[in-house]
Design a binder for this molecule. Sequence first.
Ligand SMILES: [Zn+2]
Length: 106
Amino acid sequence: MGAHVGSVGRFGIAGELLTMTVLPAPIRTCVGCRSRREQSALRRYVRAASGEVRESRSAAGRGAWICADSQNCLDRAFSTRGFDRALGARSFTKNTNFRNRLTMAK
Ligand SMILES: [Zn+2]
């Protein structure tokens, strides 16, 4: 009987540890609407050292997060210059090729 109680106790401790090690989903701010959402609901655009911008979740460099389901957020990121701020450059909001490519990528 004593051994049985002991095993129940260990199970309880393991359950608490499991709960504590569950990490919250990473939260990012959309540069278009400024809302904070789970990373999985956003796209990340990265400016590489070469200056090229592409969509990637893992590439190194400065990144801009945009709601994945909203063309409006993409438009706002350009009109409010959120893209330029996030990527640390001034040219993106005036680069129509870049903008058209992102729009078509939708
Ligand atoms: Zn957004």
